[in-house]
Design a protein around this ligand. Structure first.
Ligand code: C5P
Length: 250
């Protein structure tokens, strides 16, 4: 992605403008398989987004250079690889992600307190601003599936329990559907990030997302960030779509 245009200087963050800039809340998911496809989306979005999610599809296909190029162009990267392994291995992976310059990354809360602590400590040692987010219960699991994999409570109970464990273990935030966002805020307070995917602009197609919220609903429920993929990446005019979403969360 070396041909990636840089963010214009006014598009990057001054400390004062940062607080009121709705782009601080928007993450665009780059769910594609090639660097040129990712580059095309990023160029089309232009200055309308600051942060991009690189997940297992793009990372597996193209490797860390995609991340390096985004960071070098002035964008922030949310590396969504959902680490889940023994603490030493996860800490080493978090160290490497920090070296790549990512701003946010994900781990599975069900990896346990020691793994979560190891991830949080490795992040802090490399970059105190790096946000380790815990994934609680995958939204693809219904209560029947949850029972089969050994979860005992309802989805909400499990999400709250795992979220509390992650925050107690030093993680700075949680990835969760809009459905659980308000309960998480109410139970666990204001001082952590909640990243909400499954966000659809009012009136748009839901694609395969079952539990959707509009950008405004997600933020009103307490999300600090929303992840939006296809509504922006597959739009005829991705920048216009991103701007419309920013307006809804301003
Ligand atoms: O295209 P769309 O907006 O549905 O993209 C949503 C992004 O958020 C995808 O990258 C997907 O992996 C991620 N995600 C999700 N639902 C979850 C967790 C993550 O859609 N429960």
């Amino acid at each position: 992605m070396s041909a990636l245009p840089n963010l214009t200087p006014s598009a990057s963050r001054g400390v004062d403008s940062q607080r009121n800039d709705p782009r601080e809340k928007l993450i665009v998911a780059l769910d594609v398989s090639t660097a040129p496809a990712a580059q095309k989306i990023v160029a089309a979005v232009g200055d309308s987004a600051l942060t991009y999610k690189v997940g297992m599809q793009l990372y597996t296909a193209q490797g860390p250079q995609v991340v390096r190029d985004l960071v070098a162009s002035g964008r922030r990267v949310f590396l969504d690889l959902k680490y889940h392994d023994i603490p030493t291995t996860v800490a080493a992976a978090v160290h490497e992600a920090a070296q790549l310059g990512v701003s946010m990354l994900t781990v599975h809360a069900s990896g346990g307190g020691k793994m979560l602590r190891a991830a949080a400590d490795a992040a802090r040692a490399n970059n105190p601003a790096l946000v380790v987010l815990a994934v609680t219960v995958l939204t693809s699991l219904d209560e029947n599936e949850m029972e089969k994999v050994g979860f005992r409570g309802t989805v909400r109970e499990e999400v709250l329990r795992l979220a509390a464990l992650a925050l107690d273990s030093g993680c700075k935030g949680i990835v969760t559907s809009a459905r659980e966002t308000a309960a998480l805020r109410a139970d666990l307070g204001p001082n952590f990030a909640i990243v909400t995917p499954g966000v659809r602009p009012a009136g748009s197609s839901h694609a395969d997302q079952a539990r959707v919220a509009t950008p405004a609903e997600a933020v009103a429920a307490g999300a600090s960030h929303i992840v939006v993929g296809r509504p922006i990446t597959e739009a005829t005019d991705p920048a216009a779509e991103a701007r419309a979403i920013l307006q809804q969360i301003s």
